[in-house]
Structure formats: C-alpha cells, structure tokens
Design a protein around this ligand. Structure first.
Ligand code: C5P
Length: 234
C-alpha cells in the first residue's frame, strides 16, 4: 500500500519541456517526456499531498488524477506559474527541462525558404527558475523551511565524472536535494526507467537503483517527507 506520509503537505512540481518559439510553426525544444515529473506529481497526490503540477510539453501524458495541473509553453510562462504557486508550497520539486535560451525575437509569420539562406537565430538567456526560487527563499519571500529539489542530467567527460559535476551543481544551485541522472544514448530522456543519485545539501549521498520512474519518484518523495516541516500546516 502507498503510505499517506505526505497528508496535507503542499507540493509544487514542474515537469516536461519548454518550447521557445522561432516563428508560428517552429520552436527550440528538448527531449523531455515529462514522465519523471508526472510520476512525482501522481505519487505525491497518492501519498496525501496537495499537488500543483506546472507542466511544459510532454510525450502526450494524461494529467495525473487529483492533481491541479497548469500547462505552460515557454520558460518565461513556467517562471510566472512557478512564482505564482511557490509561496503556497511546502516542497518544490523542479523536474522540468527548461530551455536555457530563447530566440530574442519570434517571427510573426512563418520564415520561408525563399527568404534566402537561413540566418543564425539570435538567442537570449532564459532565467534559471530554480535559482530564482532559491533566491526568494534566501530573501525571505518564501518560507525558510520550503524544501527545494532540483534535477541534474549530467554526462561525465575527461574533466570529471557525473558525481563530481553533480556535487558542484548542488552547491551552486543551493537547493536541498539534487536528483542526478546520467544521461546519454538511451538514458534518462524519453525512456521509462532511470537510475542515479540523490544528493543532499546535508552531505548525504544515496544511489538510486535502476528502476521505473515511479520507483525513483518514491525514493525522492521519501527524502522530501523526511525534510518537510509540517507544523505550518497544522
Ligand atoms: O543547470 P541545469 O539546467 O542542469 O539545472 C537543472 C535544474 O534546474 C532542474 O531542476 C531544472 O528544472 C532547473 N532549471 C530551471 N530553470 C532553467 C534551467 C534549469 O528551473 N532555466
């Protein structure tokens, strides 16, 4: 049976990928399926949480039952929705794949082949929504005990392995927990199962064994349930 250990806890989840429009028919996007975030939202609700899911584009996933789902398109839309709901959350779990950049302008009509050789697409940096949430907590706009969970999709290279990069990212992002997935050919993105590590700002490091995205979700929610402060809500 699913434990009801998140009864009354308010959880905000981001999931899916954002799409940054180039013109009315084209966008810059990514391969996020939304499966991990949706699994988290669904399971949190089953464990008794009141869940708001801010969703970008997914691989056609159905809205999870008993979850308040808000659909957004771009990174800027996602930031607005997250900022609107963050103050009412005890835990914020940011599983979305947010585009790091957006075209500086969106053409009002379709860019045609006859317009000449394709130009470069000028890009502007999108805000880091997770970093913004951590800043709001430091600034006191959000409760100091809001639990903030980030995700990191990492590949190792000649300068370091996945865990080395992930530890640095946890420190840089300032969140309480970082869910780390090794990505690459057939790993993490678009597939149904996953593995990785769960790193805590308290120095805890726990391997997440290979399994379904719901199994991963349950491990992540165990860690959230341990950290969340319930007194505010009682
Ligand atoms: O820096 P990186 O993109 O690897 O960080 C990933 C984490 O930050 C994820 O939790 C993702 O949802 C979040 N993120 C965000 N806004 C961005 C980029 C990433 O909230 N613009």
């Amino acid at each position: 049976a699913v434990p009801r250990d998140l009864e009354g806890v308010r959880v905000l989840v981001t999931a899916g990928g954002t799409r940054e429009p180039v013109d009315p028919v084209r966008f810059l996007g990514n391969r996020s399926s939304g499966k991990q975030g949706y699994a988290l939202a669904r399971l949190a609700a089953q464990r008794g949480a009141r869940v708001v899911l801010v969703s970008g584009y997914t691989a056609g996933l159905d809205e999870p039952a008993a979850v308040d789902t808000v659909h957004v398109k771009t990174a800027l839309d996602m930031r607005e929705a997250v900022e609107k709901h963050a103050a009412d959350a005890d835990a914020i779990v940011m599983a979305a794949a947010v585009a790091d950049f957006r075209p500086t302008v969106t053409a009002v009509s379709k860019i045609k082949k006859g317009d000449g050789e394709p130009d470069a697409i000028p890009l502007a940096k999108n805000p880091d929504i997770l970093a913004g949430i951590v800043e709001s907590r430091s600034a006191g706009t959000l409760d100091a005990d809001t639990v903030i969970v980030g995700f990191a999709a990492e590949t190792g290279d000649e300068n370091g392995d996945v865990l080395t990069y992930a530890r640095a990212k946890l420190a840089r992002k300032g969140c309480d927990l970082l869910v780390v997935n090794a990505v690459g050919e057939g790993k993490a993105f678009e597939v149904d199962d996953n593995d990785g590590w769960l790193l805590g700002a308290d120095g805890s490091e726990c391997a997440l064994e290979h399994g379904s995205k719901s199994l991963m979700a349950s491990r992540v929610l165990d860690a959230v349930a341990q950290r969340v402060v319930r007194s505010r809500d009682e």
